[in-house]
Design a protein around this ligand. Sequence first.
Ligand SMILES: Nc1ncnc2c1ncn2[C@@H]1O[C@H](COP(=O)(O)OP(=O)(O)OP(=O)(O)O)[C@@H](O)[C@H]1O
Ligand SMILES: [Mg+2]
Length: 217
Amino acid sequence: MVHFNKITATYFPNIGIDDFSLRINKGEMVFLVGPSGAGKSTVLKCLYGDVNIQKGVLSLEGSDITKLSIKQIQKLRRKIGIVFQDYRLINERTVFDNISLPLRIEKKSSSQIKLRTNEALYEIGIEHLAKRFPNELSSGEQQRVSICRALVKKPVMILADEPTGNLDPEASIEIVKIFERLSELGITIVMSTHNHSLIQNTKHTIVNLHLGTRVLS
Ligand SMILES: Nc1ncnc2c1ncn2[C@@H]1O[C@H](COP(=O)(O)OP(=O)(O)OP(=O)(O)O)[C@@H](O)[C@H]1O
Ligand SMILES: [Mg+2]
């Protein structure tokens, strides 16, 4: 489904990842690990069209995303959900409104928005939180809301950058379990983490990045 073929991505003059190759199958769950600066976030940004790819081929469902126009990248982003360490929820809006935001951006009808948002709330098991506001929730609950917002678009893939970075061990395990369940439903999950206890004994793929800071010469 995804193939990084000798990808070099740069933040000129810094190198984010260099000559990086990886294949990911549909529904696979991949953990990106490695020291700070190794390129974990950069790998995720490549998949979201958010970093300059200087060399290599990056195919997603058969098309080379290094060759896409801005319009095509916007279309690609509709198929991908993103989850961040700091949730990035709008505190002035209810959980329901936060989750339905991507559908409103896509100008879905209000009945479609209601139906799909309720489905997504139910899939993540947070329907009881729908009317609350983000700052009335625990960190783990906020992260589940953010995963639900990523899920609402029925993505083919979810990218999660340190999604458990602000969570205690129990809430972190809960988040990984949710991602496992989504991957069993066929959604590809790529998640970066510093938390080695989360991936001990995992049956999923672990990709170790080692690069460290490099500068183009
Ligand atoms: N916006 C940027 N501008 C310049 N250089 C950057 C930028 N973002 C990342 N880099 C460089 O790219 C390399 C990879 O960074 P990246 O953020 O992908 O690492 P990471 O593995 O996600 O690190 P961390 O664990 O700290 O989140 C690093 O050397 C970093 O300094
Ligand atoms: Mg990072």
